[in-house]
Design a protein around this ligand. Structure first.
Ligand code: FAD
Length: 106
């Protein structure tokens, strides 16, 4: 089985990549569906403490599904909340598309 860290690392990779490919002009349906995805994901994420805390954080910070930029930014902020909880360094969210979409620009 995957341990909590490997599961987390791979899951963040998936989530940030999904956000990188979220549309710039999503339809109303796509916006609704992405909110629903996170609602369901947070209930079934297979790490109980992670799932519980993530559901709470989603209540305070619902997904910003307006467009690719706002959605990736929101996910980066959510990941940073977990980083803070775990005592890990936070990530500079102004560079989230460089990390997960375009590649580093320097
Ligand atoms: P990760 O945090 O997995 O990050 C992977 C890569 O993403 C990093 O190498 C970096 O390049 C990049 N990155 C880092 N921060 C950001 C950011 N803010 N935005 C964009 N990219 C970034 N673990 C627990 O022990 N307790 C928990 O409660 C917990 N909750 C979790 C909730 C969720 C929804 C998920 C997906 C994971 C959770 N985890 C939790 C796992 C934890 O977040 C890490 O995945 C795990 O500790 C492994 O960390 P890592 O050092 O490999 O880097």
């Amino acid at each position: 089985p995957l341990d909590k860290d490997e599961l987390g690392n791979k899951t963040w990779g998936f989530l940030h990549t999904m956000a990188a490919y979220y549309p710039d002009n999503p339809t109303t349906q796509q916006k609704q569906d992405m909110k629903l995805f996170f609602n369901i994901f947070s209930q079934f994420y297979p790490c109980s403490i992670c799932s519980k805390d993530f559901q709470e954080d989603l209540k305070v910070h619902p997904p910003n599904v307006e467009n690719q930029k706002t959605f990736s930014r929101w996910l980066c902020d959510m990941h940073n909340n977990v980083n803070v909880k775990l005592g890990k360094p936070t990530f500079d969210c102004s560079r989230v598309n460089e990390r997960w979409k375009d590649g580093w620009l320097d």
